[in-house]
Design a binder for this molecule. Structure first.
Ligand SMILES: [Cu+2]
Length: 200
């Protein structure tokens, strides 16, 4: 196993942990719990309400803004009516940026093909090995390391075309999180939504 492959594998596992939410089995989360500034993942049985969210290939969530009461535990029933893979990830801005950078890193190392994790397709011969590429990858890795120190708790699910997934979030943090999709180019294209605190 060469060094590049090991690095790629670690990155894949980190991204999986970020995607996995409830299954927080990575050493990083085990040794240092993430701050719950924006809340935390919840169990389905804790939820008192279900909010249905539709998403599709126009790269928008419907609704794009969800109103919740502070302290509420909500299950999001996410319906993908599009023809491509999408994602529903909830967390603070740093967690979103971290996940975006991790997904970019995975795309650059050939581990992602249109949002679908495909470890079997890793082809290291395809990777450009130029000073410019190495500099970019180093900057990306540094950014990931920095964001990893500040990102609060988060959770996410990938939703294949035409399928639905549930994700439960406990809004116990002091701040309202945001949600988004980090399949390549979706987040920068505006595939994001917001949570607002319900008054009263
Ligand atoms: Cu998407």
């Amino acid at each position: 196993m060469n060094a590049m492959f090991r690095t790629s594998l670690v990155v894949a596992l980190l991204a999986l942990a970020a995607c996995g939410g409830k299954s927080s089995g990575s050493p990083a989360t085990a040794s240092r719990p993430r701050p719950q500034t924006y809340g935390r993942g919840g169990l389905p049985q804790e939820a008192t309400r279900t909010v249905e969210i539709h998403l599709d290939d126009r790269l928008r969530f419907d609704p794009g803004t969800v109103s919740v009461h502070h302290g509420e535990v909500v299950t999001f029933h996410v319906v993908n009516t599009g023809k491509m893979m999408h994602e529903f990830m909830i967390g603070g801005p740093d967690a979103q940026d971290l996940h975006e950078a991790q997904m970019a890193q995975m795309a650059m190392t050939g581990q992602m093909t249109d949002g679908t994790m495909d470890m079997s397709s890793m082809d290291h011969a395809k990777m450009p090995d130029t000073p410019g590429h190495r500099k970019y990858m180093k900057a990306l890795a540094d950014r990931i390391a920095t964001l990893d120190r500040s990102a609060a708790a988060n959770a996410g699910v990938h939703i294949p075309a035409g399928e639905t997934r549930d994700l439960t979030w406990a809004f116990l943090g002091e701040r309202a999180p945001v949600f988004g999709c980090h399949v390549a180019q979706h987040w920068p294209a505006g595939m994001k939504g917001s949570i607002v605190w319900a008054q009263s």
